[in-house]
Every structure is written in structure tokens, then in C-alpha cells.
Design a protein around this ligand. Structure first.
Ligand code: 13P
Ligand code: SF4
Length: 313
């Protein structure tokens, strides 16, 4: 494929033209760069993006997010073209839960139901009874009878948070988010000392040592909504800093401070989410490539626990 040289400032216009020509919709996660969020038709958390994928009348879905999110959109729209601008945009949670290993793990607990965090591959979804996201996990865990034994995969931090909050004893798969796991408790406490009025808002993918300090724990949408409705003026944001784009737009008078990792950086970006660029979005639309392709059986089996989640949400 030969592509013409691209002028950065023209990209938004070119993408908008292609959207009309192709009857395409761009769905973007909050962790995308601000310019991508601004070109998107819908920006949301993982649950909202799945719900938007169900509702869309577009012929083409361009997913500005990571692979498992685009797979979910494809599972919900088997007959539509679903494009992911960079197929390498993975997720440590999905990557650390291979199908064969998880099948063997599940086999050890035949009487358990399997709740899988949406951050897993389509193959893992086929082995799951219900999918959850960080915004509906509590509600879905509570929907099971008290005496029903449960497996929670693949995020041990979200699973441990739910176990503690709900008094559960779910068996946890040993996976974690490479971004949320490396926030520095020491630097976060230091930030709080320098900004004593700031509230700490954290995503439940963080470790317990971080969550213990949080004034609010929730999904990206939960964090955004909390900041909007709170009377506080300063917030330390302990999740991927892409969310601060919408927080700043919604509350221009408030201050949002990204929490740093232990490494020598000021903020903690997801390297997978940040693989998407305006240029790659434009090229994916122009070339109708790279697209998400899944076999019919995976599409059929992975849809069942996603539909169950949507019905329970
Ligand atoms: P939510 O947007 O559902 O809170 O998920 C965060 C995340 O890490 C997505 O990869
Ligand atoms: Fe996966 Fe973590 Fe990146 Fe979300 S932030 S896509 S959970 S690696």
C-alpha cells in the first residue's frame, strides 16, 4: 500500500471526511491522547464503549483503544468492519492470561463460576460465565448467590479489592495491569503532603497499598464523575493520565495532578493505549486495515458472557 505524505494539521479534517464516506464511527477510550478523544464520536470507559458498540448504526467501527476492546466491539458486531489502528495495542492483563493455562486453572475448580474482567482476550471470554468491567463488577459479583464459589480473572488487584469490599473469597488469577501496578505509594504520599486539600482518586486496578489512601475508587467514568460533582478543587489522579483530558474539559477551574510511577517519570502512560495516533487512525480508515478478525465459534461463545454482562449492567 502506498500512502501519500501526511500533513499533521489536515488529519482531523481527513478523518472526518472518511467518517462520512464510510459511515464509520470512532469509539475512543479515556486513555487515548486528547486529540484522538476530540475526533471521536464517543469517548467512554470499557462498559460504555461496549454499550456504544451495541447501539451503533455505523457500518465501520474504528476503535481507538486496545485489542481486547476492539475484539469486544467485533463480538457484538460480527458483520461489521472493526478497525484497530495498531494491532500491537495489547494489554498486560490480557497477555498474561493465555487460553491453555487458564483452561487448566479453571478445570481445577469445576464447581466455580468464572467472572472475567473485560480486559482479557476473546478466547478467555469463551471460557467465562460472565464478563465484568470496573464500573459494574460489584453489582455483578453481588448478583451471584452467597454460596456460589467464584473465580475472578485476570486482574488480581481488582479481584482482591472486590473480595475485601464484598467479603468474598473469589479465587484470583495472578494477573495485573502494568500501568496501575507501578504507581508509587511513596511519591503519592509526597504529593498529598504538598497538596493537602487534594483528594486521591484511584482506579481499582491499583494495588491495595495505593487504594488504602484513596478518597474515591472507581472506573475511569466513576473518577471523572466524582471530580465533576465534588466540591473539592484539587485531585491526585491515580490512573492513566489520558482521563485528565476530559476532567480538565469538564472542570476547567479544578486542578488535576497525575500520580507518578516509582520510575523516574512525572506521569504513568499506558504504552499500549498510546500506540494509537491520529495518523494511524487515518491510515486504518483509508486502507480498511488492520481489522479485527475472529472465527465464528469464538464470536458465538465469547458473546454469551458479554451479553450476560450487558443484561446485568
Ligand atoms: P475502565 O475505563 O473500564 O475503568 O478501564 C480502565 C482500563 O484500564 C482499561 O484498559
Ligand atoms: Fe491494559 Fe493497564 Fe493499559 Fe488498561 S492501562 S490497557 S489494563 S495495560
Amino acid at each position: 500500500m502506498v500512502n501519500e505524505p501526511l500533513i499533521q494539521s489536515d488529519l482531523a479534517q481527513k478523518i472526518n471526511l472518511l467518517k462520512k464516506e464510510m459511515n464509520a464511527v470512532i469509539l475512543a477510550h479515556y486513555y487515548q491522547d486528547g486529540e484522538i478523544q476530540d475526533i471521536a464520536d464517543f469517548v467512554g470507559d470499557s462498559l460504555q464503549l461496549a454499550q456504544a458498540a451495541v447501539k451503533t448504526q455505523a457500518d465501520v467501527i474504528v476503535f481507538a483503544g486496545v485489542h481486547f476492546m476492539a475484539e469486544t466491539a467485533k463480538i457484538l458486531n460480527p458483520d461489521k468492519l472493526v478497525l484497530l489502528p495498531d494491532l500491537n495495542a495489547g494489554c498486560s492483563l490480557a497477555d498474561d492470561c493465555p487460553y491453555d493455562d487458564f483452561k487448566a486453572f479453571r478445570g481445577k475448580y469445576p464447581d466455580h463460576k468464572v467472572l472475567s474482567y473485560i480486559n482479557c482476550s476473546a478466547a478467555i471470554k469463551t471460557l467465562s460465565d460472565v464478563i465484568v468491567t470496573s464500573s459494574n463488577a460489584e453489582k455483578i459479583v453481588r448478583s451471584f448467590p452467597e454460596n456460589q464459589p467464584l473465580i475472578f480473572a485476570p486482574d488480581k488487584n481488582l479481584g482482591a479489592y472486590l473480595n475485601k469490599k464484598l467479603g468474598k473469597n473469589m479465587i484470583l488469577w495472578d494477573g495485573s495491569c502494568q500501568v496501575h501496578e507501578v504507581f508509587s505509594e511513596r511519591k503519592m504520599i509526597d504529593l498529598k503532603l504538598r497538596h493537602p486539600e487534594a483528594l486521591i482518586l484511584a482506579h481499582p486496578e491499583c494495588t491495595e497499598s495505593i487504594l488504602n489512601h484513596a478518597d474515591y475508587i472507581g472506573s475511569t467514568t466513576g473518577i471523572l464523575n466524582y471530580a465533576v460533582s465534588s466540591p473539592a478543587k484539587e485531585f491526585i489522579v491515580v490512573t492513566e493520565p489520558g482521563i485528565i483530558h476530559q476532567m480538565g474539559k469538564a472542570c476547567p477551574d479544578k486542578v488535576f495532578i497525575p500520580a507518578p510511577p516509582e520510575a523516574n517519570c512525572a506521569c504513568n502512560e499506558c504504552p499500549h493505549m498510546k500506540l494509537n495516533t491520529m495518523e494511524k487512525i487515518y491510515l486504518a480508515m483509508k486502507n480498511k486495515f488492520p481489522e479485527i478478525i475472529l472465527d465464528a465459534e469464538t464470536l458465538r461463545l465469547a458473546r454469551l458472557p458479554i451479553d450476560k454482562m450487558l443484561a446485568l449492567s
